[in-house]
Write a protein that binds this ligand. Structure first.
Ligand code: PMP
Length: 428
């Protein structure tokens, strides 16, 4: 028995589903997860010593690659001085300043410990600011696991086919309206009916939790316009896209200023983190300045702040985003070519260094079209790639990420693996 299998048997005895986060259990690919021992750069190693080129990148944070020397040094240096004080530190101010410089719509920011905390708190704040209860979200978008967002959500809920989680009171979800992504007129219709009751729209400006789905021309602008007209807030959940789609996230890329922004992943450089920020006027409602309560024993944790800061310092260097985009394009073009040569029909949605493959004949623009993709093909693709040393997210509903550590050789090997996997699938 492999070490991974032995650990999996033990894990299932003591952890629900054997894991601490659902998609890690490889259920939708009907398999057993690999247990990971270490990772360096673009490579990840399981406990049995196998090496893989990693496109999960810890689900987004590892944009500079795993165990980057500068990030590890920053963590070590900070850890040697103590790991948590529950008191203000310089590094949290530095990270806040960096975030505010990068995101023109953020004037003040509050650090938390996860993306879930960021979105949950941003929603509370939006409700307090507008004194309204209703929230509009989009089918297939995922905003963490706070009660109000577990309605037609993406990520693990899409993977496991859970439309709404038990344990969430209907009294709460009756305030959540989930609409099709990219359907502006659907949003406008709801505003015409009950616009004055809507506290906010929350959206992934580029959806990343039903696979990557790009906003169509005018969609985000339309959301900005309609929220402004009705005095509702626009929240961009940039937990994935922040410092990924560009230095200033998707909002700078698309030129839209949301009222509130949620961040996570990259700003913690692989340590647990989240943040939410926005206009001073709104942020000033948060305790202790205002009465909207939100707190955290480990919020602004020095290790997380240092890892985040070190990561952002690397991303700030010239040409970094160009380089990431170039590598990713190289990869997606190579995959398209392999699909053409082997007669596999697929769609690739890509922006900056995030992308998804859909085994689908038609463009993928919302959750409905995502679900029309061939999931059996995905499973074959997943294992074909794994066998060839490529580690992908074990779900058809997740984004793939390219990091600064992925070399031309890694990209070349990945394209070859895609070609041979597709060929094998076709010849079956
Ligand atoms: N929002 C988005 C867009 C996400 O992708 C995620 C997690 N993948 C979250 C929120 C929740 O973040 P966390 O898992 O850190 O709670």
């Amino acid at each position: 028995m492999s070490k991974s299998e032995a650990l999996w048997q033990r894990a299932q005895k003591f952890l629900p589903g054997g894991v601490n986060s659902p998609v890690r259990a490889w259920r939708s690919v009907k398999g057993k997860p690999l247990f990971i021992e270490r990772a360096k750069g673009a490579k990840i190693y399981d406990v049995d010593g196998h090496e893989y080129i990693d496109y999960v990148c810890s689900w987004g944070p590892m944009i500079v690659g795993h165990a980057h020397e500068e990030v590890i040094e920053a963590i070590k240096h900070t850890a040697s001085k103590g790991t948590s004080f529950g008191a203000p530190t310089e590094v949290e101010v530095e990270l806040a300043e960096m975030i505010i410089k990068a995101f023109p719509s953020i004037e003040k920011v509050r650090m938390v410990n996860s993306g879930t905390e960021a979105t949950m708190s941003a929603l509370r704040l939006a409700r307090a600011y507008t004194q309204r209860d209703k929230v509009i979200k989009f089918d297939g978008c995922y905003h963490g696991h706070a009660d109000s967002f577990l309605v037609k959500a993406g990520s693990g809920l899409a993977t496991l086919g859970i439309p709404a989680s038990p344990g969430v009171p209907e009294d709460l979800t009756k305030h959540t309206i989930s609409l099709p992504y990219n359907d502006l007129s659907g949003v406008e219709d709801v505003f015409v009916q009950i616009g004055k009751e809507i506290a906010c729209i929350i959206v992934e400006p580029v959806a990343g939790n039903m696979g990557v789905v790009l906003p169509e021309e005018g969609f985000l602008k339309g959301l900005r316009r309609v929220t402004q007209r009705y005095g509702s807030l626009l929240i961009f959940d940039e937990v994935i896209t922040g410092f990924r789609v560009s230095w200033g996230g998707a909002q700078v890329h698309y030129g839209i200023n949301p009222d509130l922004t949620c961040l996570g992943k990259i700003i913690g450089g692989g340590m647990p983190v989240g943040a939410y920020g926005g206009k001073k006027e709104i942020m000033s409602l948060i305790a202790p300045e205002g009465q909207v309560y939100q707190a955290g024993t480990l919020s602004g944790n020095p290790l997380a702040m240092s890892a985040g800061l070190a990561t952002l310092k690397i991303l700030q260097r010239p040409e970094v985003y160009k380089e990431l985009e170039k590598k990713t394009k190289q990869l997606t073009e190579g995959i398209k070519q392999a699909a053409k040569e082997t007669g596999i029909s697929l769609q690739i949605n890509q922006i900056a260094s995030m992308f998804s493959l859909f085994f689908n004949d038609r463009p993928v623009t919302d959750y409905k079209s995502v679900l029309k993709s061939n999931s059996d093909m995905f499973i074959k693709y997943f294992y074909g790639m794994l066998k060839r040393g490529i580690y992908l997210a074990p779900s058809a509903y997740e984004a793939s990420f390219v990091s600064l550590a992925h070399t031309d050789e890694d990209i070349k090997r990945t394209i070859e693996a895609v070609y041979h996997t597709f060929k094998e699938i076709k010849e079956e």
